[in-house]
Design a protein around this ligand. Structure first.
Ligand code: TXA
Ligand code: MG
Length: 316
């Protein structure tokens, strides 16, 4: 059931149930992070492997400090500058965070989501919420309440509707090692924005076979239909069948596409990121055989968009 009833969400979560919640990045599938049984329900609903740790969502930096042993200096600078917002910090976990949340790791991912409804929920609850993206494991992340309902509606009691996600792509995940910031997942906060605050970062986003963080698996965020990424003219020449398009700003009217999804006519990365996952879902549902996606310029959020497209197009 979809609705905007904050009290209902509050009661269900307090009873150890799972509720889908809006954030600025993507919708999350949330439950009480301190209750292992409530946490297990998330894995069950999503068919997520238990070795994949969950992010803990809190309302402010003091709460973030409470669930970690310490927050290293540069991560604290980033939290102060960009929270609430699309950044997750990996820090040493406090003993009160159950092992099921972190898949037995010593570190926990913590973030402060920038969404009024969910911040209100977090302020009113006496516990933090752990939440992965609210999609079946491996599929495209949801950026509307309806996306969640389409796939998990019969598995969870409530979806809190907070409208379309403003950022539309998951948070950027960072840790600190030897005084330097390491980026583990490209996301809604660009590398340029991070480096402006804390200097050069180390990129560690291609651990394809690392079971610690399956969001970095080669194949992830993937539609059911085949997806190819690259130069649209080259892809068009080399493929058969009915085609759907995802492009940055061009319509490619000289080519015969059944469905076109132009993500931002004014070439705004933020606008493009916000509609990427909706476009993938729409094309996945439409009567086409293959999705062709244009490679984005490698700058700003273009990097995160390319990362998602690459993983969504990886060979099964
Ligand atoms: O924007 C977001 O981060 C969204 C919203 C709902 O907050 N959440 C999200 O969660 O994308 P999820 O579970 O779909 O992706 C989290 C990624 C996974 O790849 C997981 O393996 C990794 O973060 N992760 C979580 N905790 C970790 C840890 N302690 N060490 C390494 N990787 C971790
Ligand atoms: Mg996910």
């Amino acid at each position: 059931m979809i609705g905007q009833d904050l009290d209902k969400a509050l009661h269900l979560l307090s009873d150890g149930e799972v509720v889908a919640i809006p954030t600025e990045t993507v919708y999350g599938l949330a439950s009480n992070a301190l209750d292992p049984i409530a946490v297990a329900k998330i894995f069950e609903a999503k068919k997520r492997p238990f070795f994949d740790p969950l992010i803990v969502h809190v309302s402010d930096i003091n709460e973030a400090k409470k669930w970690s042993r310490a927050i290293p200096e540069k991560l604290l600078i980033l939290l102060q500058k960009f929270s609430p917002g699309p950044i997750t910090v990996l820090v040493e976990k406090s003993d009160t965070i159950p092992d099921i949340v972190t898949a037995g790791l010593d570190t926990v991912g913590i973030r402060i989501p920038n969404h009024a409804l969910t911040l209100e929920l977090l302020k009113r609850l006496p516990f933090p919420l752990c939440a992965p993206s609210a999609n079946p494991f491996g599929y495209v992340s949801p950026t509307t309440a309806q996306h969640v309902a389409d796939q998990l509606g019969d598995k969870i009691p409530y979806i809190l509707d907070g409208g379309d996600c403003a950022v539309g792509i998951e948070s950027t995940i960072v840790s600190e090692k030897n005084g330097q910031v390491v980026v583990h997942r490209l996301g809604g906060l660009s590398l340029e924005e991070i480096e402006a605050e804390v200097g050069n970062v180390i990129l560690d986003v291609n651990q394809h076979s690392n079971p610690k963080a399956p969001g970095m698996l080669d194949l992830h965020y993937a539609p059911h239909k085949p997806l190819l990424v690259g130069n649209i003219y080259e892809l068009y020449q080399s493929t058969d069948g009915k085609k759907g398009l995802i492009s940055f700003s061009e319509r490619f009217d000289d080519l015969n596409f059944q469905v076109r999804n132009v993500l931002s006519e004014k070439r705004d990365f933020k606008e493009a990121a916000a509609s990427l996952f909706s476009a993938l879902r729409q094309l996945d549902k439409s009567d086409i055989d293959i999705i062709l996606a244009e490679r984005f310029p490698e700058e700003g959020l273009g990097k995160a968009i390319n990362d998602r497209l690459k993983r969504a197009s990886a060979k099964r």
